[in-house]
Ligand binder design. Sequence first.
Ligand code: NAG
Ligand code: NAG
Ligand code: NAG
Ligand code: NAG
Ligand code: NAG
Ligand code: NAG
Ligand code: NAG
Ligand code: NAG
Ligand code: CU
Length: 624
Amino acid sequence: MMILWRIIPIIALLIRLTVAKTHKFNLTASWVKANPDGVFERDVIGLNGQWPLPVLRVNQGDRIELLLTNGLGNANTSLHFHGLFQRGSSFMDGPEMVTQCPISPGNSFLYNFTVDQVGTYWYHSHSGAQYGDGLRGAIVVSRPDLEYDFEEVITLSDWYHEKSDILHHKFLNKYNPTGAEPIPQNILMNDSRNITISMHRNASHHLRFINMGLEVSQYVWLEGHNMTVVEVDGVFVEPYEAQVLYIAVGQRISVLVRGIEDIDGSARNYRLMQRLDETMLDVVPDDLALFGINHLVYNDAAPLITEEFLTDLEPFDDFELTTLDRTPLLEDYDYQIQVTMEMTNLGDGINYATFNNVTYVAPKVPTLMTVFSADPDIVTNAQIYGSNTNTFILQENEIIELVVNNFDDNKHPFHLHGHQFQVVRRSEAYENPTPYNEGSPSYDAFPDFPMSRDTVIVNTNGHVVLRFKANNPGVWFFHCHLDWHLEQGLALVLVEAPLTLLQTQKEKLPSNHIDCCKSGEVPFRGNAAGRFGTPSEWLDLSGELLQPPPLPPGFTLKGYVAFIMCVGAALYGLYSIYEYGMEDVVGLTSETEVLESLSTALRKDRFSKSHYGADLLQELTGQN
Ligand SMILES: *[C@@H]1O[C@H](CO)[C@@H](O)[C@H](O)[C@H]1NC(C)=O
Ligand SMILES: *[C@@H]1O[C@H](CO)[C@@H](O)[C@H](O)[C@H]1NC(C)=O
Ligand SMILES: *[C@@H]1O[C@H](CO)[C@@H](O)[C@H](O)[C@H]1NC(C)=O
Ligand SMILES: *[C@@H]1O[C@H](CO)[C@@H](O)[C@H](O)[C@H]1NC(C)=O
Ligand SMILES: *[C@@H]1O[C@H](CO)[C@@H](O)[C@H](O)[C@H]1NC(C)=O
Ligand SMILES: *[C@@H]1O[C@H](CO)[C@@H](O)[C@H](O)[C@H]1NC(C)=O
Ligand SMILES: *[C@@H]1O[C@H](CO)[C@@H](O)[C@H](O)[C@H]1NC(C)=O
Ligand SMILES: *[C@@H]1O[C@H](CO)[C@@H](O)[C@H](O)[C@H]1NC(C)=O
Ligand SMILES: [Cu+2]
């Protein structure tokens, strides 16, 4: 009897751990009206007519069955579960033309997978820059080992008044040859502005911050309170005191905040500040609110302070964090991938982003479908995945080192699907491109217990070195999460353990996948060009989608004039970029106007270093 009583609680615990729940969601994406910044009402993508979107709360081991119906009428869609590994279910990862066909209007797709992680994640459309239209929300997997009294999920984002597809067309345009990114119109917290959070004296508050923006990183700081960082991107870290957080798009940081202990009855309220990192913007329009002023409320009767609360914007450095489980450095890689990213113009005059001179162009067949339709003897051949997709084959269980050299005057948050990576080296920002120099005696040794996360900032003109173990067979996208840059092709694809993937996951692929391709008339068999059959047919890529040819060397007179017009128009466009409209551009026709706008613009660093070469611009304007 005694023994039985002792065992019962253990059995109860085991049952609780093993009886995982299935969370069913039946969601239709459709256009609804919303005015999150209180300034402008626009169409956003709601789910079942609601926006903002719900927080998906689950426990580790639970299953999510999310049936997504595309009720948009005029756009494809898809859903990615940012940060979740999708171990054994790589076909549920979501990015269109990588792991699935786009869900065309009127069709449905069932995302069905188990969540085997704990922490703060989010879901978002992975069709172009569509999540900027609001198809994004939080996923929270509760953390039983952490003690706190109250919890808040707090989302951050930049906000555009125009729809993403319209911005996309203006952005990827020969009239924008410098690739100036669209400037957002506002800054949001929790899809709103000026929000209030109830605080409790001497209580422990767990705040989960998620940057769901399209482009701009944000600083976050509190008046009168410190923060203890306990998690970044689903990775638990040794408690780390911080005053200022810096959160790039795609990243998450969870903190504990203790409510003020000895506050008397006339308790005042405090400010929770957020600020856009305007160094990521080409221009900062006068009327763009860089700050958001939000409130930590102890006393509803006390006033809310509406002035900005300023501080030195010195965020803690995530490179200094140590994972809570002190996972040691992955020593010695088996396979190293080095990529150099640049922004450059191709022959169509549009500004693209490249890795090793190749801009990602989606294949005709989703890459995972290429794996699943290939024979074992050809599936490991990188050639079938296309010559314009930046695809790398990873051998199962190898230690991979991924080096990213940033040859651009902006910082970029890179995100890897299917993994968390160790950040073993991250350079500072530089004036000029400074690639990784392996074995350089001037570098610090790699940390013994490196920081790990799924989205990392590469500093301006600097580099990062990332390591992970290829133990999750799948097709994983690695891309800049600054989504305008993804649109410019700043992506590569890792085909991880293709043979195992083919042998273990093909049989699990729901027929829904193929139906989705069929209804959208997207081929789902063959190589990147949609060819299959004999081995030589598999290796024949004729008809694959390719990037435009390079700009011709040296400009013809005609090209020269066209060039001036384009640059002039774009620079003019840049200065009226808040409107970001082509209408503004067409007004600029006289040569004088063009040259005037050019010389003004030359003061902007970014242009003098642009890929047209400073020489040409100097020649045009007579400046040095
Ligand atoms: C999902 O909801 C739609 C519309 O409400 C309904 O027609 C459909 O039967 C539901 N599907 C499932 C699987 O519950
Ligand atoms: C949806 O995707 C298909 C396949 O990529 C494409 O042909 C079609 O133009 C897309 N539809 C829209 C509305 O973007
Ligand atoms: C989801 O996947 C599980 C495991 O493969 C399967 O048992 C279940 O039937 C699926 N759910 C639906 C609605 O198809
Ligand atoms: C923020 O909201 C509070 C409460 O609704 C209001 O008193 C305050 O004026 C607002 N501040 C701004 C800047 O809108
Ligand atoms: C923020 O939004 C989420 C999701 O809508 C909600 O659960 C949460 O209560 C909100 N928090 C605050 C402080 O408004
Ligand atoms: C605040 O909380 C701590 C720890 O829970 C406790 O030791 C302390 O007495 C509390 N202070 C007050 C003023 O309640
Ligand atoms: C915040 O941390 C700083 C530095 O550790 C310390 O000086 C300060 O007293 C702390 N503030 C609060 C409100 O705990
Ligand atoms: C990219 O192209 C340039 C010019 O053709 C060449 O110098 C450079 O080595 C190439 N870079 C890579 C990484 O292939
Ligand atoms: Cu980028």
